[in-house]
Design a protein around this ligand. Structure first.
Ligand SMILES: NC(=O)c1ccc[n+]([C@@H]2O[C@H](COP(=O)([O-])OP(=O)(O)OC[C@H]3O[C@@H](n4cnc5c(N)ncnc54)[C@H](O)[C@@H]3O)[C@@H](O)[C@H]2O)c1
Length: 333
């Protein structure tokens, strides 16, 4: 249990609950607070794709097999769908639904999807007096040098900008409604069970592991030992969500380890865990202005949320390996 809050007999909305982080949160409540009433709101996936070829939404029923709570299929962009939530009174809202693909460059679609819906969900939180925890992103920082620190942002893609705007809206809403608790969580590079259905947008941990399990050398960009990220395991992200429900104050918080590791280390840890010695294949990095280092400043998160990440990269990968093996060869559709 991550803090003393008792979620039993509370009503909890999780938007994006068929996705990676949302479904893990749903199971956290089911396993630890069997009397909590959890309602998932998600549009699930259809066969519609963006111009980049990726699906428009990644929610998948397989992330929810075994979940016993309520599920509503609807879009946060459709007011009639959102009206289906009107007959509930939510104590907590975890707002994770979004276009989570950082490589969707249609600004209109990203802004409409991620930003406009946020006004409606904040209104719902105000009406219900719910505690609102929502997903922001490390993408708000763009390519700024580490440590990534709240208050210094420079998004470099429409997705990062949409999350940055959500943060501005949240800060203003908090100021105007000081009685509400609103916490925005800037997740860094999350990996762990139930990310598989994010396909090409899932973490490099599962993508490299499945290459290795195919018997192929993991494929990385040249100089990957110099490309650093702040990788965070899903269990610590869940801890962040839970602790964000009783913050010392409303605000925006980095959810990360505060430690940067490189992509070569991921490949090497995986080969050690999987007992292989396949070497590494290197390809040229096709991206201009690629971020070379993220390492979050988590001092404010520690202070105000009492956040204390527990998983090193080695521990997270080791915990994840059985699930990675189970999913190897599964159809990602
Ligand atoms: N995973 C990460 O590394 C990471 C990093 C930073 C921020 N985030 C943010 O955290 C949140 C959760 O991310 P995730 O990794 O679980 O992504 P995900 O894509 O697995 O989950 C998002 C969910 O939202 C649903 N969704 C999309 N559009 C919707 C709509 N219009 N109406 C209703 N549901 C809709 C999708 O079906 C999906 O189930 C997102 O807001 C994402 O931007 C994630």
């Amino acid at each position: 249990m991550h803090n003393k809050l008792d979620f039993n007999n509370k009503t909890i909305l999780i938007t994006g609950g068929a996705g990676f982080i949302g479904s893990n949160l749903a199971f956290y409540f089911q396993n630890n607070f069997p009397k909590a009433e959890v309602i998932i709101f998600d549009c699930f996936r259809s066969d519609k794709t963006f111009l980049n070829g990726n699906l428009k939404s990644f929610g998948h029923y397989k992330n929810l097999i075994g979940f016993k709570g309520n599920i509503i299929c609807g879009s946060i962009n459709n007011k009639n769908d959102l009206a289906l939530l009107d007959n509930h009174k939510f104590d907590f809202i975890f707002h994770h639904a979004a276009i989570s693909d950082t490589r969707v460059y249609d600004q209109e679609i990203v802004m409409k999807s991620n930003v406009n819906s946020f006004y409606d969900l904040l209104k719902l939180a105000k009406k219900n007096k719910s505690i609102m925890v929502y997903a922001s992103s490390a993408a708000t920082y763009g390519n700024l040098p580490s440590p990534q620190t709240i208050g210094r942002e420079n998004p470099e893609n429409p997705y990062g900008y949409s999350k940055y705007v959500m943060d501005q809206i949240a800060l203003k809403y908090s100021e105007e409604n000081p009685e509400l608790i609103i916490a925005g969580l800037r997740f860094f590079n999350v990996y762990g069970p139930r990310e598989f259905y994010k396909s090409k947008t899932s973490s490099m941990v599962i993508q490299l592991a499945h290459q290795i399990l195919d018997g192929k050398p993991p494929c990385l960009f040249h100089n990957s030992n110099q490309i650093f990220r702040d990788f965070i395991y899903i269990d610590d992200v869940i801890q962040g969500n839970i602790k964000a429900c009783s913050p010392k104050k409303s605000g925006i918080y980095n959810i990360a380890t505060g430690i940067s590791r490189n992509f070569q280390e991921i490949a090497d840890i995986l080969q050690k865990e999987l007992n292989t010695n396949l070497g590494t294949d290197y390809i040229t990095n096709p991206y201009d202005g690629y971020q070379m280092n993220t390492q979050a400043d988590i001092s404010k998160t520690k202070e105000n949320l009492n956040f204390d990440p527990e998983f090193t990269l080695e521990m997270g990968i080791s915990d994840y390996i059985p699930e990675i093996i189970r999913l190897h060869g599964s159809k990602n559709i």
